[in-house]
Design a protein around this ligand. Structure first.
Ligand code: NAG
Ligand code: NAG
Length: 341
């Protein structure tokens, strides 16, 4: 063999290799890239929250009435936080960090004591029509400490993990036929690698999750009977990852209605909570598998979720706080991870 290395250099290479292997085996398990916010459980081991979407209209279109009922139900359930499925500020997101829409559509509207909890928010397509960085800015937190808005992130409550996914960049139409709208794609381009990173991070986060319940939140529908219908990009790119990782709920807004779809092909419950303000679109198209539609309401309202280690219940409410639909399920803990501390 005409190797340039003598046995001395070979030993050095071997030693380096061994060190590398040792280092790799000692390194902590790779963590998901997504920012994780830890949210503590109640002392009884439960957690509950409200979900509202498509709301920021300076109180108009019954936004204030929905807010009032969220406050009432939030108090009754003693909620831990609020989830927003996006389209936080209409019509075109925030113009800048000083945009008074922040107070007029958020701080001055959700004033009930029970809603003075963290709000975990994703962005919707209307938010992308404004200054996205403004809405993501931690500066907003100094004006209203509830506001926790990121592109994609995780809220971990130990028994349940919530994965917030930035779905707007997935939708081809906003890029290919924006219909006169401009979108703030700073931070998104190049689009293909942005989407790939979101999917990889989500998949890794889901795979590493030890929570008994996994909930994914995005603005856009995967399945919907209302005007926007199913989002084909999410059906092909996002849904397979959710199905492969035992996700329990996919929760979205975008369509201004409340709905619960459950198909025989997937254990995932598809839940739309997009009734935070303007509603009554007057459109319904769900013809092929009518048995999958468990509940549909075209008007305003919101949703609550209550979770314990083994049980989960969701409830939909209308603009007056009346209960429209309930769904409950239970499962045993993943005993392997159920180690008492
Ligand atoms: C607001 O809610 C009331 C019911 O309390 C309803 O009669 C009215 O049409 C709603 N307004 C809008 C703009 O949706
Ligand atoms: C209803 O949805 C189907 C696809 O799911 C579509 O082919 C059809 O055109 C829609 N009907 C209307 C009236 O929009």
């Amino acid at each position: 063999m005409g190797s340039k290395f003598g046995t001395g250099s070979l030993n050095i290479v071997m030693t380096l290799l061994l060190c590398l292997i040792l280092l790799l085996s000692m390194a902590p398990k790779l963590k998901a890239e997504l920012t994780t916010v830890e949210h503590p459980l109640n002392s009884d081991g439960s957690i509950s929250f409200l979900v509202v979407g498509d709301w920021g209209r300076r109180g108009l279109y019954n936004q204030s009435q929905v807010a009032l009922q969220m406050g009432r139900i939030g108090e009754k359930l003693d909620i831990n936080f609020v989830v927003s499925t996006g389209d936080n500020i209409y019509d075109s997101g925030m113009k800048s960090i000083d945009d008074p829409a922040f107070q007029l559509s958020f701080s001055n509207i959700y004033t009930s004591p029970s809603l003075q909890k963290p709000w975990y928010l994703v962005l919707g397509n209307h938010d992308y029509r404004g200054d996205v960085e403004a809405q993501l800015s931690p500066m907003l937190r100094s004006m209203d400490s509830r506001w926790i808005c990121m592109r994609s992130f995780i809220v971990n409550t130990e028994i349940a993990e919530l994965f917030f996914v930035d779905t707007t960049p997935f939708v081809d139409d906003y890029f290919l036929s924006p219909k006169g709208q401009t979108y703030d794609w700073g931070g998104v381009s190049p689009r293909e690698s942005y989407i790939q990173t979101v999917l990889t991070d989500l998949e890794m986060g889901l795979r590493e999750s030890r929570a008994n319940w996994k909930i994914v939140v995005g603005h856009h529908t995967i399945k919907s009977a209302s005007i926007h219908g199913n989002t084909k990009e999410l059906e092909s790119l996002l849904l397979p990852i959710l199905e492969a990782n035992n996700v329990d709920l996919y929760v979205n807004g975008h369509d201004h209605c409340l709905q619960h779809i459950s198909t025989s092909q997937s254990p995932i419950q598809f839940l739309t909570s997009g009734g935070g303000s303007k509603a009554w679109r007057g459109y319904y198209n769900w013809t092929t598998t009518p048995e999958d539609m468990k509940f549909f309401y075209d008007g305003q309202g919101f949703m609550s979720v209550k979770i314990t280690r083994t049980e989960m219940g969701i409830v939909f409410y209308d603009v007056s706080g009346n209960i429209l639909h309930k769904w409950d399920t239970s499962k045993t803990s993943y005993t392997a991870f159920d180690v008492p501390l």
